[in-house]
Design a binder for this molecule. Structure first.
Ligand code: UDP
Length: 411
């Protein structure tokens, strides 16, 4: 019932020219004694959102350095994903907790998946809260267990985190993006490790300005006029409505500006369509607001093109675990404006690698600064790209996992 996910193959050697020889050599050395370890990643979906984005790169690289690595997606139906989406929102601070029936559904699907999980793993990596109960249910199925939290737990709904804590606190190893996300009461080893992007995927590889403009033009963007853009799921925490408000302020001063909201629909996100429709309603028929999703054929290359072509990239989240879209945008050396929340300030030093904002008004002011002064945008973009190179590319993340696997061995 747990579905194995097929991934392409990747070669660590291909990253040498981007990340440097030293890191690649360090990874090989760390991987050598771990050869043939049986490692399984368990997550809730193979499509949409940051976790799947990461695993499509990390799993092939773990294989390339010699681990016997797999990725499996848990089984769930609507009642489970409705409960886990509510849990996700509550853990990021929404007031509504799950009711007893929803907690029971969460537990029941975890029990089902626990029964189905095969045994004999050296390391089992559980991603996010959806499958978090697996460790306590079947600890004997793997020698080492690790819980990887991808969400912003800095201000959780107290009832929800109290209810989840007994299921996560005993994991021997737990990983969080930031110290502020670590809940009180974890009893195992806790690591602060931010994730990373893959510079060699179609989403992040270099596209020429002409090719990027060509792709954007096909979606109705006037490539000779300025473009603001946000790439993200249609989710209240990503605040696409706030982005529209910011764009409207910019448009008063700069009538030629356009806005693109590019968002994919994740299979574990039942709220997505409602919020997509709310975003369309908020745009109110403005022909310069382009709202696109993966059902309009917006895939990885198209996301790349929008991120490469836009004059200002925005991620105006009000909660954010890490925000891969931030690293993706600044890796393309674009001027960037992000909400000052969650993992975004890890990536953006205000006025150095981009701008941090806390309201649509501030977002609009910063967008105008950048649109009126292209040299400023260029300066920020270059610094941003080097910041990503130093901290947020996949080989660094792979190295950090290998270090933790060694620690599991020593425990
Ligand atoms: N994404 C995409 N197409 C879209 C919107 C988003 O491929 O239309 C990708 C985006 O490029 C990023 C991931 O989905 O790689 C979102 O990860 P992030 O950490 O920003 O947010 P999450 O969705 O996990 O909250």
């Amino acid at each position: 019932m747990l579905q194995p996910v097929a991934v392409a193959s990747k070669s660590l050697a291909d990253y040498t020219h981007i990340c440097g020889r030293e890191l690649i050599a360090e990874i090989r050395e760390l991987a050598e004694p771990l050869k043939d370890r049986r490692v399984v990643h368990i997550s809730a979906t193979a499509f949409g959102g940051g976790v799947s984005e990461i695993l499509y790169a990390l799993v092939p690289l773990m294989r390339d350095v010699g681990l016997d690595c797999e990725w499996q997606v848990i089984y769930g139906r609507e009642e489970f994903f409705n409960a886990t989406k509510l849990m996700h929102n509550a853990l990021q601070g929404a007031p509504q907790d799950l009711d007893e029936e929803q907690w029971a559904a969460w537990r029941q699907y975890n029990e089902m998946n626990a029964r189905e999980l095969s045994a004999g793993w050296d390391v089992c990596l559980i991603h996010d809260p959806q499958p978090a109960a697996l460790y306590e249910l079947v600890p004997e199925k793997a020698k080492g267990w690790l819980w990887r939290c991808h969400i912003d737990l800095s201000t959780p709904n107290e009832r929800t985190i109290a209810r989840l804590l007994p299921h996560i606190k005993h994991y021997p190893e737990a990983l969080f993006h930031m110290r502020e996300f670590v809940p009180a009461g974890m009893t195992g080893r806790v690591h602060v490790v931010p994730p990373a992007i893959d510079p060699l995927t179609p989403k992040n590889m270099a596209l020429s300005p002409e090719d990027a403009a060509f792709v954007c033009g096909q979606f109705g963007i006037d490539v000779d006029r300025p473009l603001m853009c946000q790439v993200s799921r249609f989710d209240p925490w990503k605040d696409p409505l706030g982005v529209i408000d910011a764009y409207r302020v910019v448009k008063q001063k700069l009538p030629e500006v356009q806005l693109a909201l590019v968002g994919s629909m994740a299979s574990d996100d039942p709220e997505g369509w409602d919020y997509f429709n709310a975003t369309i309603a908020h745009a109110d028929g403005d022909p310069d607001i382009h709202i696109l999703n993966n059902f309009n054929n917006v895939g990885a290359i198209e996301v790349n093109a929008f991120q490469s072509h836009s004059d200002v990239m925005v991620q105006k989240s009000t909660r954010e675990g890490f925000g891969l879209t931030v690293a993706e945008a600044i890796w393309k050396a674009r001027p960037f404006i992000g909400g000052n929340v969650g993992g975004i300030p890890l990536q953006i030093e205000d006025a150095v690698t981009g701008f941090l904002v806390s309201s649509p008004q501030q977002c609009a002011e910063r967008a105008l600064d950048v649109l009126k002064d292209p040299a400023l945008g260029k300066f920020l973009g270059r610094r941003g790209k080097e910041h990503v190179r130093a901290h947020f590319l996949m080989p660094r993340y792979l190295r950090d996992y290998l270090l933790i696997f060694h620690e599991l061995d020593e425990a």
